[in-house]
Design a protein around this ligand. Structure first.
Ligand code: DLZ
Length: 152
């Protein structure tokens, strides 16, 4: 990834860890990049992982909670929420963020936050780890989660 100070996948050691990637299905073009970036980084780290797709970002917190109940050491949450013409964006964004934070605090285990809240699709493509993207938010969310496992 090209962002200055961005994490380097090869520094991460995820061996022995069980990680669940929970990923929403709205805005699939951007989501494909986020999921691929997360998978690349997890593969490089040696962590065992699975990807669980959920309908929308609102459902990510419930899926994260279930993943921890099933024994996950860390969860990586990926979603794309794009502003529309109604207040729905604010409600879904707030509920998703608050829900994931609450799960992490309740369980005391890390949730890597890879939910993009965007004004338009272009902003997402620039952050989804594609060739030419400025950032790779799926990879960054994995990096944060694995580093937090080591810290906790
Ligand atoms: C309803 C909705 C809307 C309007 N926008 C998005 C979005 O941009 N990104 C996303 O991940 N999900 C969206 N959703 C779906 C909600 O997250 C949720 O899945 C539904 O309200 C059903 O509970």
């Amino acid at each position: 990834m090209s962002k200055e100070g961005a994490p380097q996948a090869q520094e991460l050691d995820g061996r022995g860890l069980r990680v669940v990637v929970v990923a929403a299905t709205w805005h699939e073009k951007i989501m494909a990049g986020l999921v691929a970036g997360a998978q690349r980084t997890l593969d490089a780290s040696g962590a065992a992982y699975r990807v669980a797709r959920v309908p929308g970002s609102f459902e990510l917190a419930t899926a994260a909670q279930a993943a921890f109940a099933g024994g996950a050491d860390a969860v990586v949450a990926l979603g794309v929420i794009i502003r529309g013409g109604t207040p729905h964006f604010e409600y879904v964004s707030a509920a998703t963020t608050d829900g994931l934070n609450r799960v992490a605090l309740d369980v005391g285990k890390p949730v890597g936050f890879g939910v993009l809240t965007l004004d338009d699709e272009e902003q997402g493509l620039d952050r989804a780890g594609f060739p030419g993207s400025q950032e790779d938010k799926g990879a960054e969310a994995v990096d944060a989660a694995l580093r937090m496992v080591a810290i906790l």
